[in-house]
Write a protein that binds this ligand. Structure first.
Ligand code: CP
Length: 304
């Protein structure tokens, strides 16, 4: 059985992404199976999380595996000065698989290089969040019936938003048109624009969250402005509430439009949107369990 880490969404080909989505469908239909009996999975969260950690732990539990780990690094020996290298080497003595979130870009790649057990990146700084992308793709496929040729509008913190960065790379396999809506301070980084250029992907940048851009979207991917990534909190105060989606703004939107958000939300989606049938963010989070069951099996080389 082949075991390989998932650190960046680019670690998977288009075929592998589709294979994981097919397997997620299987787990949605059959979530409780004893596939991981006898396996130990470590969840190491050096940064806060609600959905990612709990959905990974639900995924493992429903597959009959056992969890060890921590959700608060301040209770670990990293506070005594233990390095990430040593922590990962130790945990790989105990667990069959390590799921790790870290505040530093590149930490998951580093962990995968020093661990003799596979690593799943559960988010590294502003860099990548590949398991979120897999559940985003699954949600897009379920709601649109296809991943091909969609208008994807991404709104908010496109500079630090790791979910946005991973999703751009994954969707590049499926001929999307991107609309990037962000204030100048949170514009999509040039690296992602160059990536789109290299793949021949069309994209448009906007600073205004206009009715036209909402009405043309198949997927409206809202994001939180991430206070924890700012070095200058004055800049955060300036941009934190720059775009707020209200229910009235969806009156002339496409029938097939679905609103996604990786969550947590702060103010960027008004609560009156929650009752709109086009709001999909809570189902999206639920899809995370199935997508993560599929990823765990793939990483451990378990055929479904
Ligand atoms: N979407 C996401 O990563 O949520 P959490 O930070 O709660 O895990």
């Amino acid at each position: 059985m082949k075991s390989e880490s998932l650190v960046s969404i680019t670690d998977y080909s288009k075929e592998e992404i589709l294979e994981v989505l097919e397997s997620a469908k299987h787990f949605e239909e059959n979530p409780n199976q004893k596939i991981l009996e006898g396996k130990v999975v470590a969840t190491l969260f050096f940064e806060p999380s609600t959905r990612t950690r709990l959905s990974f732990e639900t995924a493992v539990t429903r597959l009959g595996g056992r969890i060890i780990g921590f959700s608060d690094a301040s209770t670990t020996s990293s506070t005594k000065g233990e390095t990430l290298n040593d922590t990962i080497k130790m945990v790989s003595n105990y667990a069959d698989l390590i799921i790790m979130r870290h505040y530093l870009d590149g930490a998951a790649r580093y962990a995968s290089e020093v661990s003799d057990k596979p690593i799943i990146n559960a988010g590294d700084g502003a860099n990548q969040h590949p398991s979120q992308t897999m559940l985003d793709l699954y949600s897009i496929y379920k709601t649109q019936g296809t991943l091909e040729g969609l208008n994807i509008t991404m709104v908010g913190d496109l500079k630090y938003g790791r979910t946005v960065h991973s999703l751009i790379m994954a969707m590049s396999h499926f001929n999307p048109t991107f609309h990037f809506v962000a204030p100048d301070e949170l514009k999509i980084p040039d690296d992602y624009k160059k990536f789109c250029d290299s793949k021949g992907i069309k994209y448009y940048e906007h600073t205004e969250f206009s009715q036209e851009v909402i009405n043309n979207a198949d997927i409206l991917y809202m994001t939180r402005v991430q206070r924890e990534r700012f070095t200058d909190l004055m800049v955060y105060e300036k941009v934190k509430d720059v775009y707020v989606l209200k229910n009235s703004m969806l009156n002339d939107s496409k029938e097939n439009l679905r609103i996604l958000h990786p969550l947590p939300r702060v103010n960027e989606i008004a609560y009156d949107v929650d009752e709109n049938p086009k709001a999909y963010y809570f189902q999206q989070a639920k899809n995370g369990v199935y997508a993560r069951q599929a990823i765990i099996c793939k990483v451990l080389g378990i055929k479904i």
